[in-house]
Each structure stands twice: as structure tokens, then as C-alpha cells.
Ligand binder design. Structure first.
Ligand SMILES: *Cc1c(COP(=O)(O)O)cnc(C)c1O
Length: 388
């Protein structure tokens, strides 16, 4: 495969001014990340700070109701409550190895901002997070969290005052401070090497899940399911299973409020080929190339594009992509709370909903792993508003 590409997807579609820091990052990805020193330090932080390995939990109560075996990979139990920390720790550590002193990031709902601020605090880096002014208002608790963690949150007042404007500002900042600043991207999106770099940092999820599952059952699972926003938790758990073609992989996108006809945030189901944030992939756009706003009850699934490697897995049919509505996700959320005593993130509830719907369609000895990407405490306000 052509470097920087997954089939025809990926690449580096960026302004000339962004090429020098990208080339520098590419070198760091190839030389520093695989080095023994880096790997030792990264793995030691994942173990003693993040709390890895996260458990692989068998859902006893639900499995007996469903008539097949349901397992959860517990990223909700990682420090700060979701998988995002695996990536931000990796990039923050890489920033130190590159001799830089500052992280710049953008955030929509604030989850990636909090994960970046956490990693920056741990590793003694400065941290600036750009956030649309509307998001700053809507996500006040996360702004407070970032500030407690020592980050500077800069509201962006241009255009729609949301995520896409924050991305533009963060990129502008990176261009003008590239010597001492790293741009900490939050998912497997953006120009090369980000999709590969973020995937590699998240691939610890699948490595652990495979090892834990083999140890418990002496076989591979039949099916691995994860929700897809930008696609990092899904790539993280899929990657280790790609070579095992007998393991079915399903990515679950958000269909928003509508019927399950996959519209609002269902990029791979409804999107068309285009260029977003420096990479060639599927995205939600009008016929003349205007990006369409995405929408989902789950804040982390609200992204109009998807990582290029997912586009490739869809094209080559190694993975399938489906979608689930807000209502279906909320109902799966309730089921997991009541039946297993676990409050899942609304993002993860999308993956769970698809798994619950396998009832009656698979045999008794079928084994399904759902990547529980995060915990749901952050979503209680949204949930109560909808459950009324
Ligand atoms: C951010 C987030 C997601 C979506 O991001 P991906 O890059 O698709 O993984 C999913 N679940 C949780 C809990 C998140 O915080």
C-alpha cells in the first residue's frame, strides 16, 4: 500500500505551511514510537497511571437473556473514564521525546480536551485547548475540568463557534508555533501520520482484548463491535483482529434522531468521498462539497468525517458499518445499567444496541465483544432530558 494511504483513502491534503511539522511528526512516528525507550515508558504509564489492562467483563445476566455470550472491553474503567487517554498519553509522551514543550488541541464536547489536559499535566507540558464559544457555554463542566488540570481554554468566536472553527484555530496556532508545539489530534482522522499514529496508540485495546479472551475461552471471539465517531476506539479494538478474517467486525455509527436509515452522523453509511481536515475519506457533504452538520445524542459521535482506514475497511469489506438511532442507544443504555450495573457512555451505547439486536439471529455458542469506550456519568443530563 502507498505510504500515507489506506487504499485510495488518507494522504496529506494540507497547506504548504503544515508540511514541515507533519514531516517532523512522520519521522518521530517511524523512529521514536517503535524505540525500546519510548515503548517502555508508554507501557509503564498505561499500566500504573491509566490502569491498564482494563478488564474484559462477561455479562452473565444479559447473556442468559440474549441466548449468546456478551463480553465488554472496559475502557470505561481507564483513568478519566474513556479510551481517549491512551492516545493523549501517547502523543504527550512523543511531544517530550521530540523536545517540544506544549500541546495544542481542539475539542467539541470537551472530552478530548480533558484527556489532553490530563496527559499534559502528567507529563509537565503546557496545554492550550481551542473550543468553539458555543461549546464553551454548553460544556461548562468540561471547561472547568480542563482549567483545573492546568490547561488554557481559548474560546473561538468565528463562524459557527463550534468544533470546525476550533480545528481551524488550532491548526493556525500549530503553523505559527511548530518549533515548540505539538498538535494533539483526538481520533484516527486528519492527515498522515495521525490516522496511523492514533490507531497504534489505541491498538492496546484490541491486543489486550484478544489476549484476555484467548485466556478465558481458548478461542477467538466471533464478533467485535465498536461505535464510530472519528473511529479511534473502533480502530483500536479492530486492529489486532484484522488478520483473523473469521472474526466479524462491525462499526456502529450514529443515525441521530431519525429512523435507522442512517443519516445525521452516519458518515460511512451516508457519506460520499471527499477531503476533510487533510485526509481523503467519506464525509457528510452536499453535492457541491459543503460539509453537512452531523448530529447525535452522543457528543463524541458528532463528527462529519471518519478515519480513512475505516473507509478502506468498508471498501474492502473487512468490516461492516451500520447505524443506530438516538432512541435505540438510549434504550441500550438503560438495559446495561439495570442488568449489569454498568452506566455506559452514550457513544458506547450505540455499539451495545447493535449487539443486543443480535438476539435470535446468532447461535448459542456465539461470542461477541463490545468495546465499552467510556463511562456514562458525563451523559446523565442528556439521558434524563430524553427519558422524561
Ligand atoms: C470521543 C468518544 C468516542 C468517539 O470517538 P472515536 O474516535 O470514534 O472513538 C466514543 N466513545 C467515547 C466514550 C468517546 O469519548
Amino acid at each position: 500500500m502507498k505510504k500515507a494511504y489506506f487504499g485510495e483513502f488518507g494522504g496529506q491534503f494540507v497547506p504548504e505551511l503544515l508540511m514541515p511539522p507533519l514531516i517532523e511528526l512522520e519521522e518521530a512516528y517511524e523512529q521514536i514510537v517503535p524505540s525500546e525507550d519510548f515503548q517502555r515508558e508508554f507501557n509503564s504509564i498505561l499500566k500504573d497511571y491509566v490502569g491498564r489492562p482494563t478488564p474484559l467483563t462477561f455479562c452473565k445476566n444479559l447473556s442468559s437473556e440474549l441466548g449468546f455470550n456478551l463480553w465488554l472491553k472496559r475502557e470505561d474503567l481507564a483513568h478519566s473514564g474513556a479510551h481517549k487517554i491512551n492516545n493523549t498519553i501517547g502523543q504527550a509522551l512523543l511531544t517530550k521525546y521530540m523536545g517540544k514543550k506544549r500541546l495544542v488541541a481542539e475539542t467539541g464536547a470537551g472530552q478530548h480536551g480533558v484527556a489532553t489536559a490530563t496527559a499534559a499535566a502528567l507529563l509537565g507540558l503546557e496545554c492550550i485547548v481551542f473550543m468553539g464559544a458555543k461549546d464553551v457555554e454548553r460544556q461548562a463542566p468540561n471547561v472547568k475540568r480542563m482549567e483545573l488540570l492546568g490547561a488554557e481554554v481559548r474560546p473561538v468566536y468565528s463562524s459557527t463557534q463550534t468544533l470546525k472553527d476550533a480545528i481551524n484555530e488550532a491548526l493556525r496556532y500549530w503553523i505559527s508555533h511548530q518549533r515548540d508545539t505539538h498538535y494533539c489530534l483526538g481520533s484516527v482522522v486528519g492527515p498522515h501520520p495521525f490516522p496511523a499514529l492514533v490507531r497504534d496508540f489505541q491498538s492496546v485495546i484490541g491486543k489486550e482484548a484478544k489476549e484476555q479472551f484467548l485466556e478465558k475461552t481458548n478461542r477467538l471471539p466471533d464478533h467485535v463491535i465498536a461505535c464510530v465517531g472519528g473511529g479511534s476506539n473502533a480502530m483500536g479494538i479492530f486492529y489486532e483482529f484484522l488478520e483473523h478474517r473469521e472474526v466479524k467486525l462491525t462499526g456502529v455509527e450514529a443515525a441521530g434522531e431519525g429512523t435507522p436509515n442512517c443519516y445525521h452522523s452516519a458518515t460511512l453509511n451516508k457519506g460520499t468521498l471527499g477531503i476533510l481536515h487533510g485526509t481523503k475519506t467519506y464525509l457528510l457533504q452536499t453535492e457541491d462539497g459543503q460539509i453537512l452538520p452531523s448530529h447525535s445524542v452522543a457528543p463524541g459521535l458528532d463528527y462529519p468525517g471518519v478515519g480513512p482506514e475505516h473507509a478502506y475497511l468498508k471498501e474492502t469489506k473487512r468490516a461492516e458499518y451500520v447505524c443506530v438511532t438516538d432512541e435505540q442507544a438510549l434504550s441500550a443504555f438503560k438495559v446495561l445499567c439495570k442488568k449489569e450495573g454498568i452506566i455506559p457512555a452514550l457513544e458506547s451505547s450505540h455499539a451495545l444496541s447493535f449487539a443486543l439486536n443480535l438476539k435470535g439471529k446468532v447461535k448459542e455458542n456465539y461470542h461477541v465483544i463490545v468495546n465499552l469506550s467510556g463511562r456514562g456519568d458525563k451523559d446523565l443530563d442528556i439521558v434524563f432530558k430524553h427519558l422524561k
